[in-house]
Design a protein around this ligand. Structure first.
Ligand SMILES: Cc1cc2nc3c(=O)[nH]c(=O)nc-3n(C[C@H](O)[C@H](O)[C@H](O)COP(=O)(O)OP(=O)(O)OC[C@H]3O[C@@H](n4cnc5c(N)ncnc54)[C@H](O)[C@@H]3O)c2cc1C
Length: 381
């Protein structure tokens, strides 16, 4: 293993790989990605890989819109088919409060050139004819949202970064970060020490513990999030179906399987438990069959879990730590870090190399929590 690097990225998920690729694309040399397991073995390889632009905050809308533009041509750019499937997102409302929030969201989205619109229950059924409309009072639809293959996308970034000179070390766990007088000296791994003055914490569900290794407190925690997939069936519908109040998201993938999950923040304990539970599959199956009754006879084939890395306002923490020069954070994505990776990877690369970013991200700094300037995102599962 090399002994010295200009930039060490801890975490070989979609964030770390996108950052490495964007750094290398901008001409940075001697970049190393350290991954304790294998590429995409963390949340990136376990996620739904839904990519949507429908959010309730300007920041997320902008980051997601820019990412979508990148996703459109990413297969060509990275020379790897990431299986982009632009099937849309149909987000359903069950309460007046939600309708009011959705109206605000759509106004915001349209002002940012995101092609989202309000839909009535009848229009929702025109989009997805097998829907049971019970309880649904409206929703929003954005036809340009979609999904990709999360493994292929992460591999694509990792391989492209390596073609541009970055090094990817799997099975290489960072165990210590040496610092002195507010600067980084080196990282210690299970395979030896690497001298460096720049470290990027892109360790997903383990980003808090990585911060502790460097002696900095990052206000994030991790929480299990489960997901399942059914056997493939004949094509029934295309868009992602999602509800924040009823708490579900699921979609028929191009291969015919239905993939979906829900968040359970009140019952899930914080930590890094990623065991699967039968309570999840039972509840998820009920949610699916209630909304799409025809799924009653369909068999589930697999379930798994991963970690959401949660921040206090469900927004990522991006930028350099004010107390440790050269310690950059790209973490706390709170369940929507896959879809933002093309843009956040580019912005972190710009920040490291140019000291400024093409989209302002200073409001997503870690200092916002102390300042009490939280940016609450209302539209998350
Ligand atoms: C079930 C589920 C569904 C989801 N659905 C979506 C979705 O539809 N759309 C979306 O945008 N997001 C979704 N997410 C969230 C998304 O998966 C994450 O936000 C995103 O993958 C974060 O990427 P990452 O690279 O930061 O983290 P990860 O992919 O977790 O990568 C971090 C890596 O760091 C490594 N690591 C940790 N500690 C160390 C160390 N000490 N040394 C070396 N390596 C280390 C880990 O092994 C890991 O591979 C979902 C998440 C889950 C769990």
């Amino acid at each position: 293993m090399i002994k010295r690097a200009d930039i060490v990225i801890i975490g070989g998920g979609v964030q770390g790989c996108s950052i490495a690729y964007n750094l290398a694309k901008k001409g940075a040399k001697n970049i190393v990605i350290l991954e304790k397991n294998t590429c995409a073995s963390g949340s990136s390889g376990r996620c739904g890989a839904g990519i949507r632009q429908q959010f309730g905050t300007k920041m997320n809308c902008m980051l997601a819109r820019e990412s979508m533009k990148t996703f459109e041509t990413l297969s060509e750019e990275l020379d790897y088919d990431i299986e982009l499937n632009r099937a849309g997102y149909l987000i359903l409302a069950y309460t007046e409060k939600e309708i009011n929030q959705f109206k605000k969201n759509v106004l915001l989205e349209q002002s940012l050139d995101i092609d989202a619109k309000m839909v009535t229950p009848e229009e929702a059924k025109e989009i997805v004819s097998c829907l049971n409309l019970e309880g649904i009072i409206g929703g929003t639809f954005c036809s340009t949202d979609g999904n990709v293959n999360p493994l292929y996308t992460t591999f694509a970034y990792a391989e492209a970064a390596q073609r541009l000179g970055a090094k990817y070390y799997p099975f290489t766990e960072v165990t210590e970060i040496k610092t002195e007088d507010g600067r980084i000296l080196s990282v210690i791994t299970n395979k030896g020490e690497i001298l460096t003055s720049i470290v990027v914490d892109a360790a997903g569900g383990y980003s808090g513990p990585v911060g502790k290794m460097a002696g900095v407190d990052i206000p994030v925690y991790s929480q299990r999030h489960q997901i399942l997939v059914t056997e493939p069936i004949e094509p029934l519908w295309k868009p992602m179906l999602m509800s924040f109040s009823e708490n579900y998201y699921f979609q028929q993938l191009p291969d015919g399987g239905i993939l979906g999950g829900f968040g359970d923040p009140e019952h899930e304990i914080k930590g890094d438990n990623i065991n699967s539970t039968w309570q999840f599959s039972r509840t998820m199956a009920k949610k699916m069959v209630k909304l799409v009754p025809i799924l009653n006879e369909v068999h589930m084939v697999r379930q798994w879990a991963g970690l959401y890395n949660m921040s206090p306002d469900s927004q990522p923490i991006l930028g350099e730590h004010p107390k440790l020069k050269g310690f950059y954070m790209s973490l706390g994505f709170s369940g929507h870090g896959f879809m933002l990776a093309p843009t956040t990877g580019k912005l972190i690369a710009e920040l490291i190399l140019d000291g400024k970013t093409s989209i302002p991200i200073d409001k997503l700094d870690i200092g916002r929590f102390k300042r009490g300037e939280l940016i609450i995102e209302p539209s998350v599962v």
